[in-house]
Design a protein around this ligand. Structure first.
Ligand code: B12
Ligand code: SF4
Length: 490
């Protein structure tokens, strides 16, 4: 049996220069859950093209909203060629009825609990339409297979997961609905073993909040110290309040952390489930984290309902005052399944349902206090100002504040600032397509609307996922009696 696992490219057809290559962990997890007698090919389209001269029996595609169009295009192509296609990832999880129109099966949620069943059912010619095992126990599964060839880049980094789930439920984020509110973790000894087996010394910890469960995080960091690795990850800014955690975090090899600051506007912060509510508190926390040798990489979102056009200069001013040498800037994106998506939809404020525009850099909604065009221009202005040549020079002393200074840190600084320049070039300030969008807006009822509406998608208990109604209100459990004629492969 020949299996192809693909992560489609967002910018298919355009050449993407990759200075940092991080293999898609989801594909390597799928490979590890696949029986060893299956012939597996793994392709990350951002790095390498798919070889269409090869035939595959089964194709698994990992899909997020921004890659949904390309994922569906690939699915349709492979199905026409006679392969069976399984779609998985965050987008098919939130919109399974849309995804199934292009696939033979959709895996809802995490692959760990059901991928072996998918393969087995495929082999027995009884593939089902939907598979879903909610919140699988992470300790039961093999280590990801990281033995697939990855092209060399300036930085090669290995993805690692230690926990899943997030206790917050920010209005714009899909993570809590996808992974649940409860933080589930892998045992520290399994994580250590996974690191050792990977053979790598540089890691990207993919958890949404690597310091979210203090007892576990401290235990983990202590266990990482003797391994002598370097890593970057994401954390909540409340880390600044825990001196012991800060110290262990640095000693464990943490070079930089990505923090979802979201906004520098005090009124926007008040509406979020964040621990620090004032700009002053945030500035103080940044200083503490940097003084402890951890580079602070903030993620900022523009376009909240509380934002006026003043937010653009306010953001630049904040970044300068907080002495931050790098940043990640996004426009607010109402991803399907999030509370903000439903609110904007109810208010008639979504201006595009073309998923390829859902990339954090294209304005797909009507902002409250400005036009979509003004938001796009403001986003472009902040991004290009921050990464202008003179700003990069101004950022150098900010970089030097965080010790130790080494070549890797300097290279990463240059890279983030220089790629920031190309991000600015990609920002679509014309919004031409918005006028062209009638075909999407005219589709009043979308395949998953009924499912999403009928569910308790935002409750905090286990039944938080939007697709419960697929199986009479119960999560899917594999059962022979589920197999009806419709679900069998002819
Ligand atoms: C790390 C990360 C990145 C890294 C990716 C590095 C890498 N190469 O791995 C970087 C920084 C490059 C990145 C970029 C982007 N990201 Co990102 N990213 C994440 C993050 C934090 C973790 C993803 C991850 O690898 N998790 C670990 C793996 C194992 O989990 P997983 O991918 O979900 O896979 C599991 C299941 O989904 C399922 N599954 C996945 N694929 C498949 C396929 C099949 C066939 C099956 C059966 C199952 C299955 O099984 C897997 C194992 O359980 C998530 C947040 C999150 N917690 O998910 C956001 C997230 C996925 N990213 C998001 C976005 C928007 C983006 C960007 C578009 C942002 C931008 N403008 O640059 C780009 C798109 C990149 C692209 N490929 O096109 C959004 C997606 C929202 C949505 N609805 O699509 C998320 C959810 C963040 C958020 N808060 O909204 N991202
Ligand atoms: S934005 Fe971060 S803190 Fe908020 S729900 Fe998403 S993962 Fe959790």
């Amino acid at each position: 049996m020949k299996l192809l696992l693909v992560s489609p490219s967002r910018k298919f057809g355009k050449k993407v220069v990759k200075a940092i290559k991080i293999p898609q962990l989801s594909l390597h997890i799928l490979a590890s859950l696949t029986p060893r007698d299956v012939d597996i090919t793994v392709v990350d389209e951002e790095i390498r093209e798919i070889d269409f001269s090869l035939d595959f029996d089964l194709v698994g595609i990992s899909c997020m909203t921004a890659t949904a169009n390309r994922s569906y295009q690939l699915s349709d192509m492979f199905r026409q060629r006679g392969s069976r296609v399984v779609l998985g990832g965050i987008h098919p999880t939130i919109l399974p009825q849309e995804a199934i129109q292009h696939a033979d099966a959709v895996v809802i949620g995490e692959a760990e609990g059901c991928w072996a069943d998918v393969i087995d059912d495929f082999r027995k010619r009884r593939l089902q339409k939907f598979y879903h095992v909610p919140e699988p126990d992470l300790s039961r599964f093999p280590f990801p297979r990281r033995d697939f060839h990855i092209d060399k880049a300036l930085f090669n980094c290995v993805g690692l997961v230690t926990t899943r789930g997030c206790p917050y439920a920010c209005e714009f984020c899909s993570v809590t609905d996808f992974y649940g509110r409860k933080i589930r973790h892998r045992s520290v000894s399994r994580v250590v073993e996974d690191i050792k087996q990977s053979g790598s010394k540089t890691f990207l910890i993919l958890d949404d909040n690597v310091t979210g469960h203090p007892k576990y995080s401290k235990e983990l960091f202590e266990a990482l110290i003797p391994l002598g690795i370097g890593w970057v990850g994401q954390s909540s800014i409340s880390l600044a309040k825990d001196k012991e955690m800060l110290k262990l975090c640095r000693l464990s090899g943490c070079a930089a952390l990505f923090f979802g600051l979201e906004s520098v506007s005090p009124s926007s912060l008040v509406g979020m489930e964040k621990t620090l509510k004032s700009v002053e508190e945030t500035e103080e926390a940044i200083k503490i984290i940097q003084d402890n040798g951890i580079a602070f990489h903030p993620s900022i979102i523009l376009g909240f309902d509380t934002d006026t056009k003043a937010i653009f200069d306010d953001t630049l001013e904040f970044l300068a005052k907080a002495k931050l040498p790098t940043m990640a800037l996004h426009v607010l994106t109402p991803y399907p399944g999030t509370r903000i998506y439903h609110r904007f939809k109810d208010q008639g404020r979504i201006i595009s349902h073309d998923w390829s525009h859902y990339d954090h850099h294209t304005v797909v909604f009507q902002p409250k206090n400005m036009t979509p065009q003004e938001l796009a221009e403001g986003h472009h202005y902040v991004q290009s100002e921050f990464c202008s040549f003179s700003s990069i020079v101004r950022h150098i002393p900010f970089l030097l504040r965080v010790s130790p200074i080494n070549l890797r840190r300097i290279m990463l600084f240059l890279l983030l600032n220089i790629t920031g320049k190309s991000v600015a070039k990609c920002i679509d300030i014309s919004l031409d397509w918005a006028d062209n969008n009638k075909k999407w807006d005219s589709q009043k009822s979308r395949p998953d609307d009924k499912v999403l509406r009928g569910s308790n998608v935002f409750s905090s208990d286990q039944a938080h996922l939007p697709f419960q109604s697929l199986k009479d209100g119960l999560p899917y459990k594999k059962d022979e009696s589920d197999l009806n004629e419709e679900n069998k492969i002819p």
